[in-house]
Design a binder for this molecule. Structure first.
Ligand code: PMP
Length: 416
């Protein structure tokens, strides 16, 4: 492995020149080399506290020993499926997911990523209803494949690819009247993140999701929830829909489903939805989705989620982090507009994008990893692994306070 300069140069020459520039501009100066729990180490041995957790893909931390052991064991037996014989791990994982997801969700289609899980949910909803229209939310993020992008709501990602898939309608997130108007007899599904993650960590009004459930039932449309980022304990419950007690017809999962060790996604649905294509079992498929190696990771991950009570820890640590961030936001009300979220999905909204970018850069200097939300660069998200402890929260808060002081000083100099 080369040094940081050489790797950055390879990024510029062979991966993505713009991304290489952006990372350098953001002050990234290390190669990730080793990771354990909440810590990431670079090639020089510098240690970083991970408060991004791979955009929510590392709820169990880096290299959780139980998940690594399960994957190693399966690696020695059979990593990929023959795709002819039965795959027992896939079946067991589907059963385990049926047990912990809302009751009606009993069937699983496995894939490798969040965008693929969303694609499957949308296709299944169209199959099950025979309808075409999908009602999605402005500012939503569902991934960047063409179908998932059609459901997403940020112009700069969508515009170069338009026209996207037909008959996606976007309404303001949380707006019941707009939802009631948009859902009609042609609507296959409403697709919604229970809490918009990349949109800037937006928690909807408490009556929005129950209302969405009601409208879908009235109009014969399905409700798809995208729990790719909010699922598996992140918001203080196993699934964010539990905060509002609603049962969707389809749920997209990915990111942490692979235990932070393997890529794994799933579209989980009701019997009714999956029966609608039982006469065409290969209508939707994936060669690598649900492979034994990924499913071994997924099974171990679900065990860890329960054994280590990670949803509870997310609720507890989330409260600690949120309370202290709110206090900090009062001290720095010239920079911070709002702190919001649930559990360990927390967004800090700044008065402008520059303040957010400078604060993230300051945190990186203190070796705390964070990032802005993809649809809203004014918001820095704090999203550590759910195994995080109060001492880690304190380190992150101290670094946050330092970064904010620096940004305030800089802002004062620039306005002199
Ligand atoms: N849905 C949501 C809610 C997400 O947050 C993301 C990724 N940030 C995706 C879908 C897309 O997942 P992936 O990048 O694995 O395709």
């Amino acid at each position: 492995m080369g040094n940081f300069e050489q790797v950055a140069e390879l990024y510029a020459r062979h991966i993505n020149p713009g991304l290489a520039r952006l990372m350098k501009f953001a002050g990234v100066e290390g190669i990730e080399t080793y990771a354990e729990g909440v810590w990431v180490y670079d090639e020089k041995g510098n240690r970083y506290l991970d408060f991004l957790a791979g955009f929510g893909a590392l709820n169990f931390g880096h290299r959780h020993p139980k998940i690594v052991a399960a994957v190693k064991e399966q690696l020695e037996k059979m990593p990929l499926s023959s795709r002819v014989l039965f795959n027992a791990l896939q079946a067991e994982l589907a059963e385990a997911l049926a047990q912990i997801t809302p009751e009606k969700l009993q069937f699983c289609f496995f894939c490798n990523s969040g965008a693929e899980a969303v694609e499957a949910c949308v296709k299944f909803a169209r199959l099950a209803t025979g309808r075409e229209k999908i009602v999605a939310m402005k500012n939503a993020y569902h991934g960047k494949t063409l179908g998932a992008l059609s459901a997403s709501g940020r112009e700069i990602y969508r515009q170069p690819f338009e026209p996207l898939l037909g008959w996606f309608v976007h309404i303001p997130f949380g707006d019941k009247d707009a939802l009631a108007q948009a859902v009609d007899e042609n609507t296959a599904a409403v697709i919604v993140e229970p809490i918009q993650g990349e949109g800037g960590v937006i928690v909807p009004p408490d009556d929005f999701l129950p209302f969405a459930r009601k409208i879908c039932d009235e109009k014969g449309a399905l409700l798809i929830v995208d729990e790719v980022q909010t699922g598996l304990g992140r918001t203080g419950k196993n699934f964010a829909v539990e905060h509002w007690g609603i049962e969707p017809d389809l749920m997209a999962l990915a990111k942490s489903l692979g235990g932070g060790v393997m890529p794994l996604g799933a579209a989980i649905g009701t019997k009714q939805v999956f029966e609608s294509f039982s006469d065409r079992p290969l209508i939707h498929s994936s060669t690598l989705g649900g492979n034994p190696l990924a499913c071994a990771a997924g099974l171990a991950a679900l065990e860890v989620l329960q054994e280590e009570k990670l949803a509870e820890n997310a609720a507890q640590m989330g409260k600690l982090l949120m309370d202290d961030l709110k206090t900090l936001s009062e001290q720095f009300s010239d920079l911070i507009v709002e702190v919001r979220g649930k559990g360990l999905l927390i967004g800090v909204e700044f008065a402008n994008e520059d303040f957010a970018a400078l604060t993230a850069a300051g945190l990186l200097q203190s070796r705390v990893l964070t990032a802005y939300t993809l649809n809203n660069p004014r918001v820095i998200r704090l999203e550590p692994p759910l195994i995080v402890e109060s001492e880690h929260i304190q380190i992150a808060l101290d670094a946050f306070c330092d970064a904010l002081s620096q940004v305030r000083n800089l802002a004062a100099i620039l306005t002199q």
